[in-house]
Design a protein around this ligand. Structure first.
Ligand code: F3S
Length: 62
């Protein structure tokens, strides 16, 4: 499973980090830090929750 954060779509809602703090990090202004790559084993459900939590659809997974 891979996720990608499109930081150009991020509006700083911070719901991704609230849903899965071990998967999503925010910068000092509350915007998601870039991430693109494999989700570590055992974090698939967390990643999925973070993806679904983003109202801007800035995070995608495959
Ligand atoms: Fe940004 Fe969406 Fe997270 S707007 S901070 S990627 S919930």
């Amino acid at each position: 499973m891979k996720i990608t954060i499109d930081t150009t779509k991020c509006s700083g809602h911070a719901r991704c980090a609230a849903a899965a703090p071990e998967m999503f990090e925010l910068d000092d202004s509350g915007y998601a830090l870039p991430y693109a790559g494999e989700v570590p084993a055992g974090h698939e459900d967390d990643a999925r929750e973070g993806v679904l939590a983003c109202p801007e659809r800035a995070i995608t997974f495959e």
